[in-house]
Structure formats: C-alpha cells, structure tokens
Write a protein that binds this ligand. Structure first.
Ligand code: GZL
Length: 320
C-alpha cells in the first residue's frame, strides 16, 4: 500500500511524509468458502470452527451452504471467482466432477484449498492443499476395534450391517474400504447389508428400520460411517424392542458429543474420532498461500479412538 502512496505522491514527497502517514493495514484477506451443508453434528462443529477462526484472524469470509448438492458448490465457486476473492476453500460433497470449475479458478489465478474431503482430479495443481483426516485409517480403526471385540467375546460369527455415508463422498468410499480391509483377517465377521444413510440421523434411522425388517435377529453389529446415522439407528433399534449397544453392537465414526452421550447411556460401543476443528489450520494455510509461502499438499489432523468405557470421563473434555 505504501508503494501505492509512493507512486501517487512521487517517491521524494512520499519519502519525506511517509513517516507522517498512518500505516495502512494490508487489505484483509477474502476467502470464499463452500460448505457441504448442515447434515450432521460434525458439520455444525466444522462450520463453527471455520467461521470463528476466520473472524479472529480478521479475514473476510464469504460462506455458502450447498445443502449437500454438488451443483450448488459449483455455482458458489463460480460466484467466488466472479467476485475475485483472494482464496477459494471448500469441502467437496463428492470426490468427482470438479475438473472444469477448478480449472476456471486456476485460470482466474485464485488458489483453491480443500478442507475435510478430497477430490479426484487428473491435475493435482488444481488445488494447493488438502487439509483433512485419513478416512481409510478411520475405517481401519473401526474394523480393528471390532476384531478385538470378537476375540474378547468368544470369536463367534458376527453379521454386520453397514450404514454408508453420502454416495460418492470420500469419507464414505474410504471408511468402507478401510473397514473391509481390517475385518478381512477374520472370515467370521461378515457384512450382510450395506446401504447409504447420507450421513444424517433421519436417513440412518430409516435404513436401519429396513435392515431390521429384512434381517431382524440376524444382525449382531452395526457399522455406521458417522455418529449421526448411528444415533438415528439407535432409535430404530429401540423401537424394534432391541437393546442398542447390547443386542446390536454399534461401531461409529466422528466423536461428536451425541456419541459420547449415547456411549454413557450404554447404547453405543465405540466412536472413532474425526476432527472437525479445521478452522485454525485453514486460516494459517490461507495466510501462507496469500503470502506466497510454500504449503504442504496434504495436511492431516490427529485423532483418537473412544470406546464406551472412557465416555463418561472424556465427555467434559469434548470441544465439539
Ligand atoms: C468427515 C466429514 C463427514 C462426517 C459426517 O470428514 O466429511 O461428513 O463424518 C459429515 O458427520 O456429515
């Protein structure tokens, strides 16, 4: 900005009065953020983290909620390009279908940061960094917990029903892959039904009702790709006169408050943490990109595994 003043006033004049001029704060960064939607407790915490971190950093945030529709995200990204934001960030609802709009952003010289979920593109230069969890590892951790549970409980055959996340979403694809990989070592663990519950409580309940109708007493385990679907399924299991967490063991992912409360009530057996608090690392990465500094292509977050035994102790410490 000083340069602009120098240019405007002429170098000599600027030099003599520069000291008298108030320092002009650099123009605040403007980030256009396209969010998946508001489908789960996890998403609510993720949105809050991004809004809080950008506000604290004095960043001008343009926020768009896509209501879990890819075309709404494409529209939002195009609008951010037209508004000439400094940086575009988004959590892609599904993995594919982004080449065209990301190339438009690249041609407009607007850097793109992915948060939470990844994209499948032929040209990795279409985004500068992907900040998010390793969903395959989360699926493996869920599978390893169940292998351990089977071993401790007489290694009986276990029929598993699976509530998948949104069709085509990276966390759905990868959590399915990681879980199947982990349980493959024990042939007595069998997935007998698998269907999407779209990461929501309502759909999770609806699909679990269908599973119970068709498989009834054959179901020993529910593996849910997120806590919201597990919590919806818990309602269906209780309405069917069964005890969630006992008649049907429940393994879930996210680690939201609702899961800890369900574990404390004995209705959920374990939740695999998936950290939604990505706001601070997004802000730091965006500031580095804006300053022309190199950033890592892949930034992951630390996460744990929380079985029911630790739920009561952990609940007061939970930040989402
Ligand atoms: C995972 C995130 C998933 C959560 C769900 O990073 O994309 O989407 O597991 C959320 O709760 O809806």
């Amino acid at each position: 900005m000083t340069l602009t003043r120098r240019t405007f006033l002429g170098a000599a004049a600027a030099a003599s009065c520069a000291a008298a001029l108030p320092a002009i704060a650099a123009k605040p960064l403007t980030i256009g953020f396209s969010q998946v939607g508001a489908e789960s407790e996890w998403r609510t915490a993720n949105t809050a983290s991004i809004k809080d971190a950008t506000r604290r950093a004095g960043i001008n945030l343009k926020f768009a909620d896509a209501q879990q529709q890819q075309q709404n995200q494409v529209k939002a990204i195009r609008s951010f390009i037209a508004q000439r934001v400094d940086i575009i960030a988004f959590s892609p609802v599904v993995e594919t279908g982004w080449e065209t709009v990301l190339r438009e952003a690249k041609n407009a010289k607007i850097p793109v940061i992915l948060t939470d979920r990844a994209v499948k593109v032929s040209d990795p230069s279409l985004y500068v960094s992907f900040i998010g969890s390793d969903f395959v590892e989360e699926g493996r951790r869920a599978g390893k917990w169940l292998l351990d549970y089977a071993k401790k409980n007489g290694d009986k055959p276990l029929n598993i029903v699976e509530l998948q996340g949104t069709t085509g979403a990276a966390p759905a694809n990868d959590r399915k892959k990681g879980f199947a990989e982990a349980i493959a070592s024990n042939p007595k663990l069998k997935i007998i039904r698998s269907q999407t519950g779209d990461f929501t409580r309502a759909k999770g309940k609806e699909v679990m009702e269908a599973f119970l109708k068709s498989e009834g007493k054959h179901i020993n385990v529910l593996y849910a790709h997120n806590d919201d679907m597990a919590i919806g399924a818990i309602q269906a299991i209780e309405e069917a006169g069964l005890k969630p967490g006992k008649d049907i063991v429940i393994v879930s992912i996210d680690g939201v408050r609702g899961a800890f409360e369900a574990m404390k009530a004995g209705k959920l057996n374990v939740t695999i943490e998936c950290n939604p608090l990505l706001g601070p690392i997004l802000v730091q990465t965006a500031q580095e990109v804006a300053a022309g500094k190199p950033v890592s292509k892949r930034i992951t977050v630390n996460e744990g595994v929380f079985p029911a035994e630790v739920a009561a102790k952990e609940l007061p410490n939970r930040r989402y």
